[in-house]
Write a protein that binds this ligand. Sequence first.
Ligand code: CMP
Length: 140
Amino acid sequence: MAIERTFSMIKPDATKRNITGKIISKFEDAGLRIVAQKRVHWNKEQAGEFYAVHKERPFYGELVDFMISGPIVMQVLEGEDAVAANRKIMGATNPEDADAGTIRKEFAESLEANSVHGSDSPENAALEIAMCFDESEIVG
Ligand code: CMP
């Protein structure tokens, strides 16, 4: 298994409920290390660019509006097979399908307000990390 990095984001529904620490504990308890982190409030252009891959999907507009409805906390997580490990910790995109003990099962409110985003592949992790962090902000 290789040490890799993935991109993670705690969404506005979770920052609003002041549960970022509870979510971060899940990453650390599972052996992932936070090597970069910042809290920001995106504007429409930033959220639209990040989720541009979903531009043609019917939920795109609402997704962008939700993502600018409050602050988010972005992270770079590092560890063994970090992309797959993080997806396991998060659980299924729809909280109704998520396994017990996962972040989305415990904290998510709905498919849209699902508390966290995580990269779905090492290639997208590299792209998302580069989009949101300068190399100097990542400290391993
Ligand atoms: P995320 O991993 O951030 O990637 C895109 C997001 O779109 C997804 O989590 C969901 O929160 C949101 N979303 C809203 N509606 C849908 C849908 N029908 N299918 C997939 N994702 C959706």
